[in-house]
Design a protein around this ligand. Structure first.
Ligand code: FMN
Length: 194
C-alpha cells in the first residue's frame, strides 16, 4: 500500500460559490475526453487533465461520476484525451452536452479515428493521447482517473484553447509570444531589482 488515505472532517466556512469563484481564475487547457467503442460512445469537455508522470507517461483527469462518459470509462477501461485547438470551440460546446446532444450524437460534424485502445480520437486536435485506466480514486462527486498513455499523436498547429473566467480564450504560440516579448522585462534584469 503506497497511498495515504485518511478521512477529513472539516467544519468548513468556505462556500462552494467562493471556491467556484477562485477556480474561475485558474486558466485551464480545454480537452475532450472520449470513451467507449463503436456506437457505444460518449465524451465530455474538461479542463482537469494534468500530467502525472513522464516516466512512465501517465496523466490524471477528474471526471464527474454523474456524467454519461463515466460508466463507459469504467466499463471499457480506456479513454482518449483530445487537446483542442483555438478554432474548436464548437466541439468543446457539443461535448458539454448543453444542447441536449447525447452519446454518439456529440461526435457528428468532426472527424474521428482510432489508435491502440479503440476509443474515438479527433483527427485534427492539437494532440491526442490514447490511455488505459491504471487507477481510479472516487472522491466526492468525481473520480480521479489515472491514465497510462498507450499512444500519442501531435499536430504541428500552435493555437490552443483555454478556459478562463467562464469563457473560452485562444492562445496562439506565435502571436501571443510576440505580444508578450513587447511588454515583458527580461528575467535577469527583473531579478536584480528584487
Ligand atoms: C470549460 C469546461 C470544463 C469542464 N471540465 C470538467 C472536468 O474537468 N470534469 C468534469 O467532470 N466535468 C467538466 N465539465 C463539465 C462537463 O463537460 C459536462 O458536465 C459533461 O459534458 C456533461 O456530460 P453528460 O451530459 O454526458 O452527462 C466542464 C465543462 C466546461 C464547459
Amino acid at each position: 500500500m503506497n497511498s495515504i488515505v485518511r478521512s477529513v472532517s472539516i467544519d468548513s466556512e468556505v462556500s462552494s460559490g467562493d471556491f467556484r469563484s477562485a477556480m474561475r481564475r485558474l486558466t485551464g487547457g480545454v480537452s475532450v475526453i472520449t470513451a467507449g467503442i463503436g456506437w457505444d460512445i460518449s465524451g465530455m469537455t474538461v479542463t482537469s487533465v494534468s500530467s502525472l508522470s513522464v516516466d512512465p507517461p501517465a496523466l490524471i483527469v477528474s471526471i464527474n461520476r454523474e456524467s454519461s462518459s463515466w460508466p463507459l470509462v469504467r466499463r471499457y477501461g480506456f479513454f482518449g484525451v483530445n487537446i483542442l485547438t483555438s478554432d474548436q470551440i464548437d466541439i468543446a460546446e457539443r461535448f458539454t452536452g448543453k444542447d441536449g446532444l447525447k452519446g454518439a450524437e456529440r461526435f457528428a460534424s468532426a472527424h474521428w479515428t482510432t489508435r491502440v485502445s479503440g476509443v474515438p480520437l479527433l483527427t485534427d486536435a492539437l494532440a491526442v493521447i490514447d490511455c488505459e485506466v491504471e487507477d481510479v480514486v472516487e472522491r466526492h462527486s468525481h473520480a480521479i482517473v489515472i491514465g497510462r498513455v498507450l499512444d500519442i499523436a501531435v499536430s504541428t498547429r500552435t493555437a490552443a484553447l483555454a478556459y478562463w473566467q467562464g469563457r473560452y480564450v485562444a492562445i496562439d504560440q506565435d502571436e501571443d509570444a510576440a505580444k508578450l516579448a513587447e511588454v515583458s522585462v527580461p528575467v535577469r534584469k527583473a531579478a536584480r531589482k528584487i
